[in-house]
Write a protein that binds this ligand. Structure first.
Ligand code: FES
Length: 480
């Protein structure tokens, strides 16, 4: 079995092109493709020895991060293979995987990844000959393409982790444990707003202030997420208030950010039911959270604000969706995801008109600026895993440093975790101190979800989340 942590294979210098032997990693399902490969062996069929096969229980278990990791560890090509549709040992693992690979390939395309190096195939236990044909042709294709220099350059920009102290890890505390301990500690309410700060920004409409005061005083909600003036910068800053008197300090919503992100905070969740000053971006994010059963819509009340700043009233999620989201969606053409600005979509079109190599260089320059501050994660209302994949160190799937592999892995996998969920609010991009246009990846994935599956994130709280759902007739033109 390939040792994916073997640093000696990760960035080995290329030998002469003539001597190039492709390194191919195959992630295969145990029940069909592995058995098919086994059949090829026991039948004494011959195929190139370049493939290193990793067996997993099902294609549904083959995480997209495995593929990226394989490339960063020095693979020149990756094959993913499993049971034919309808034959999955777990009924629908391959149907769900097919959706994931459709979206992930489109994301890779946006960043200029060479899609010739990623092959996906259905190979049954009886198809030893098909396995041989696929491996033979794929090896030849990669041999002609040569080493994946672009990826190796990224991989070589790796800052090795600090070695543990002699004698083992000693008292080093894992991030998982640190997180658990932090959650157990009393929260300091650092962002909580107390009345009396005054403000120089445009005050919230009087009806909103009155409705917020009334809702807190009458006990309809225990807390309201809204905007108050940042005393240092004079701008609107998101916060939450729990005292009726503090409602007087509410100001008109800021231009950026998404208040729904505050619902991630345990101290806010402990105070539900909550009110939230909601523009379309907040309404859409709440719809996604409700669709994923991460939020009980009965426990949020929306103080809805129109795009022109008018206060539209206190509503439940369904009514707010009807008032500020539904009409916008009706007017959209079939290729336009909801929530994204004209500028973002035009920038995406401009990016996709470039050659893949140019796109790769564009993103390489962008990712190089990342300092791994995780402001994108913190500002996103939907980046809400209790322990983010980037913080897991047992196992640690990606380097946590702000180096080549760490930044590529972080941005690609994070974007993918938002596939079919991102509502285009642009909070991540606004929060990024390096100015990385993160919303472009969200827009690309949202367009992919719309083109392939007719899915628009955030326009309804009903239905099944995109990546949890499948249709037997989902397209698979890219699968062998
Ligand atoms: Fe083979 Fe699910 S068991 S794809």
């Amino acid at each position: 079995m390939l040792n994916l942590t073997d640093s000696t294979t990760a960035v080995a210098p290329d030998t002469a092109a003539a001597a190039f032997e492709p390194r191919i990693v195959a992630f295969v399902c145990k029940w069909c493709t592995y058995a098919g490969a086994d059949l090829a062996g026991t039948s004494r069929m011959v195929y190139p020895p370049n493939v290193r096969t990793l067996m997993l229980p099902c294609t549904g278990r083959i995480d997209t991060s495995f593929v990226l990791r394989a490339f960063l560890q020095g693979a020149d090509g990756v094959l993913v293979s499993g049971c034919h549709p309808g034959d999955c040992h777990y009924t629908a693992g391959n149907f769900r995987a097919r959706r994931r690979w459709t979206l992930f390939r489109d994301l890779l395309d946006v960043i200029g990844f060479d899609l010739n190096r990623l092959e996906i195939a259905w190979v049954s236990a009886a198809e030893g000959a098909k396995w041989v044909k696929i491996i033979t042709e794929f090896t030849e294709k990669i041999r002609n393409l040569g080493p994946y220099h672009d990826m190796r350059r990224v991989a070589s920009d790796h800052v090795p982790p600090i070695a543990p102290p002699a004698g083992g890890h000693g008292t080093v505390v894992s991030r998982d444990r640190q997180g658990a301990e932090a959650r157990a500690r009393p929260q300091l309410h650092a962002d909580r707003h107390v009345a009396g700060g005054g403000n120089g920004r445009v005050r919230a409409p009087a009806q909103l202030t009155e409705a917020a005061t009334e809702a807190l005083r009458g006990g309809k909600v225990n807390v309201i997420l809204g905007w108050v003036r940042n005393r240092t910068l004079g701008q609107a800053r998101p916060t939450w208030i729990a005292q009726p008197e503090a409602a007087a300090d509410l100001v008109a919503p800021g231009d950026a950010g998404n208040l729904a992100r505050l619902l991630k905070r345990p101290e806010v969740r402990a105070l539900l039911p909550a009110g939230i000053v909601a523009r379309a971006a907040e309404v859409m994010a709440l719809n996604v959270l409700a669709q994923e059963a991460q939020l009980d819509p009965a426990k949020v009340f929306l103080f809805v604000v129109a795009p022109d700043g008018r206060y539209l009233g206190l509503m439940d999620l369904a009514e707010a969706t009807e008032r500020v989201v539904a009409d916008n969606v009706k007017g959209l053409d079939d290729d336009r995801p909801a929530g994204f600005s004209d500028e973002t979509l035009a920038a995406l079109d401009e990016l996709m008109a470039r050659l893949p190599r140019d796109r790769w260089q564009f993103w390489a320059a962008q990712f190089e600026k990342c300092i791994k501050c995780y402001a994108c994660r913190g500002s996103c209302p939907l980046c809400d895993c209790e322990t983010c994949f980037a913080d897991r160190n047992q196992p640690q799937w990606f380097p946590t440093g702000s180096d080549g592999p760490g930044n590529l892995g972080w941005h690609v996998i994070r974007a993918f975790h938002l596939a079919g969920r991102c509502v285009g609010c642009g909070a991540c991009q606004e929060a990024c101190p390096a100015g990385i246009p993160l919303n472009l990846m969200g827009a690309a994935l949202s367009r992919s979800a719309l083109r392939h599956f007719g899915h628009r994130a955030g326009v309804s709280s009903r239905g099944v989340p995109l990546q949890s759902d499948y249709r037997t007739e989902d397209g698979e033109a890219f699968i062998l």
